[in-house]
Design a protein around this ligand. Sequence first.
Ligand code: MF3
Ligand code: CO
Ligand code: CO
Length: 269
Amino acid sequence: MNSARGRLTKDGIRIYEPGDYAGMAEAGRIAATILDDITFHISVGQTTAELDRIITEMVAAHSATSATIGYKGYQHASCISVNHVVCHGIPADKRIKDGDILNIDVTVIVDGWFGDTSRMYVAGKLPRKSERLIQVTHDALFKGISAVMPGNSFGDIGHAIQTYVENHRMSVVKDFCGHGLGQVFHAPPNVLHYGRPGTGPVLEEGMFFTIEPMVNLGRPETKVLADDWTAVTRDKSLSAQFEHSVGVTATGCEIFTLSPTDIFYPTYK
Ligand code: MF3
Ligand code: CO
Ligand code: CO
């Protein structure tokens, strides 16, 4: 009855097989291509609902399926989180203003494999403080990715991210985390973006998961609005996020969601 691939570790983390990386890379490539292509649709006065409509069409044009439409009742092909929205922003008819920063998060299913990625975009002129936040968040993701190799622990990933962010006097969100994925959207482990070295499960070749740090300019606390999705900073400070889906390899990691046109960051024109 177990049609799932590979095996599970004692922590319930699936170990995929060498032949499974290609499926993840294709799903990741399509998710990243959609984020590349939406770059040129971001402008002041645009609504996030319109951006989501365009993303929905792009998903179909790639013969992919949106993983988020219908997920726990969510009805959109993207989450679009503007300014102090930390994550899970629902596309809406509100217009984007000059200087707004936004995260767009897209997850597609291709041939049964999930590609999950998000990045930051800017409308109009980017304020200096927002630019710093985006830079630190992006670099924090790559600090975490640098810790991905067999023998390291998930705590090493979290620690790398947390120390980098806090050294820049910003804060890591602790209420949301990355996750295992593969032939499912969300699976063990919870990939925390903070932690102590050498703690948590040990990384093994064949593990597939996301790293998706959310960083606030102010305090780390969040709250979820009455719509049950939108997470915002409690202190209304700006928040940023970048997300990649990765697989542990024998020597390090493969990033499945790299930007095919190398515009993951900076993404503003
Ligand atoms: N893509 C998000 C993540 O990184 C999850 C979005 S779930 C949704 O895990 F339902 F809000 F779309
Ligand atoms: Co994710
Ligand atoms: Co995501």
